[in-house]
Write a protein that binds this ligand. Sequence first.
Ligand SMILES: *Cc1c(COP(=O)(O)O)cnc(C)c1O
Length: 396
Amino acid sequence: MMKEYIEEAEKALLHTYNRYQVVFDKGEGVYLYDLDGKKYLDFVSGIAVFALGYGNQKYNDALKGQIDKLIHTSNYYYNVPAIEAAKKLLKASGMDRVFFTNSGAEAVEGAIKTARKYAYLKDGHTDHEIIAMEHSFHGRTMGALSVTGNPKYREAFEPMIGNIRFAALNDIESVKAQITGKTCAILMETVQGEGGIIRAEETFLKEVRALCDEHDLLLILDEIQCGMGRTGTMFAWQRYGVKPDVMTVAKAVGCGVPVGAFLMTEKVGANSLAAGDHGTTYGGNPLAGKAIETVLEIFEEEKIVANAEKVGAYLTKRLDELVSEYSCVLERRGIGLMQGLVFDRPVAGIIESAIAEGLVLINAGAQIIRFLPPLIITEEHVDDMITILKKCLENA
Ligand SMILES: *Cc1c(COP(=O)(O)O)cnc(C)c1O
């Protein structure tokens, strides 16, 4: 049955992905099941989306209840789930204002507009620049693509939006070299995801924060992949004592309902986007709001972040063992439940054999396997994953 669906998909869907040959049908906890009923241990969670695992009863019931009540109105009116979601998200982040979007890329778009408007209100100029990082990933819309530091994704779609400059992550001199009188913001992922699981170092982040303060630039941290508990703190920057002026979230914040948000401090909120400057039809509708509200409630009740930190430390240890045991594994990178293993060879074959063995993994670049399990995993799940991965490495 799977084979026929895959053939139909290849006829109907635009071929923008080289998909793995599996059709997932349902999920339960940290496991996925394909159409043939085969069970898979999931170490991807839909790319850092399903933090709570599949089929969380409270989450499912809340969404079902909201569907029966009200799914959508318009941002011209207020709705309770979005208000509750906003309060919870602001409390968790220490930010002051939030705008809800439908995706990560849209959150990045909003952050870019916020930075430009903030600078525009200061000097009336319309030629401000943003500094972004090489190897970064911020999404596929034209604005988000323009700040994505991977020329391969951008080239065919040039021209990008103008006045974006790129610097090297963790190299403060390269950032300083890109600052001009027109710079309005510095944007980065606190931990790069697609680019290969690379952490912004604490000293670098602190130096960038100081640069931003010195020149009145906005520090924008993209927490779309690394946020929501994945690294063992609610947001990755909270580990460093460095607070952004603007932050983007998406992926796990809705746990499957397509939502995102950009958040900012009061100072930025009061001096940037105003009525008529930005909008969205769906963003923050009652269903989306209910999803975010419920996710944050469950995070608190089930101590999700603490589990990510604890099991993240164990995953770190087990992956480090692989680095010492296998000569093809060069390095482990990452933090908490956001990890990458760097190989001396392309990893596509290893990932395919893992999937055949009932373990879902994903890459981040050709030679890196990325680990983004649901944040509810246990140490036993980590052991099960390692056992299967070892089998695949022995056959590689
Ligand atoms: C996934 C991702 C995005 C884009 O989010 P979409 O919801 O796919 O638009 C942006 N930034 C980072 C860091 C991401 O991981």
